[in-house]
Design a protein around this ligand. Structure first.
Ligand code: GRF
Length: 189
């Protein structure tokens, strides 16, 4: 059984999708052993609703140090699912190859500092891009720079708003995230 830890900062619809994928056997032989939030958010409630151990560790410079203290001995994968704090270099080194993130653009486009949430979709529309999407990638010390695991594309039309684009991209995230997790864990039935 693979142990997955999920980190969240927001509504946690991707967390919900991962929970459901595990329940439906799309990600076999895996369980979420802990959900951690860096602020009060609905993601924590989702974990609670599914009786998944969860905790709030206040964001700040000690976040990763505190997180480490709560991690189980066996960590197979740490999934950043709409998580807004920056992971320290020390932590990244310690769990190298075991941390993945989902980003709402086709990286390397529209990634890096300041490119999060609606900022990304505003920038994509302003740049008159004809397509955007989502990327699941490994987390390294550089923001949004780690190796790409999976991407999903959506067309951007002239009538799209940042909000409508965000909605389309969420749908593609729900498709690629479980697949990427399964691939990284190399689990089979
Ligand atoms: C997603 O769009 C993800 O790409 C970004 O944050 C958003 C999280 O949404 N990193 P949710 O909390 O999973 O609904």
């Amino acid at each position: 059984m693979k142990n997955i830890i999920v980190l969240v900062s927001g509504g946690g619809t991707n967390l919900q999708r991962i929970i459901d994928s595990i329940d439906h056997g799309e990600i076999p032989n895996a369980k979420i052993s802990l959900v951690v939030a860096d602020r009060e958010c609905y993601g924590l409630t989702r974990a609670e609703n599914h009786k998944i151990p969860n905790l709030l560790i206040k964001r700040g410079k000690d976040f990763c140090e505190n997180l480490e203290k709560h991690l189980p001995e066996k960590v197979d994968l740490i999934v950043l699912a709409g998580f807004l704090s920056i992971i320290t270099q020390d932590f990244v080194q310690k769990y190298e190859g075991k941390i993945i993130n989902i980003h709402p653009s086709l990286l390397p486009k529209f990634g890096g500092k300041g490119m999060w949430g609606m900022h990304v979709h505003h920038a994509v529309i302003e740049a008159k891009e004809t397509e955007s999407g989502a990327t699941v990638h490994y987390v390294t010390a550089g923001i949004d720079e780690g190796e790409i695991i999976l991407q999903g594309k959506v067309p951007v039309s002239e009538t799209d708003t940042p909000e409508s684009l965000a909605e389309k991209i969420h749908q593609v995230e729900y498709e690629i995230f479980p697949k990427a997790i399964k691939r990284v864990l190399q689990v089979s039935e």
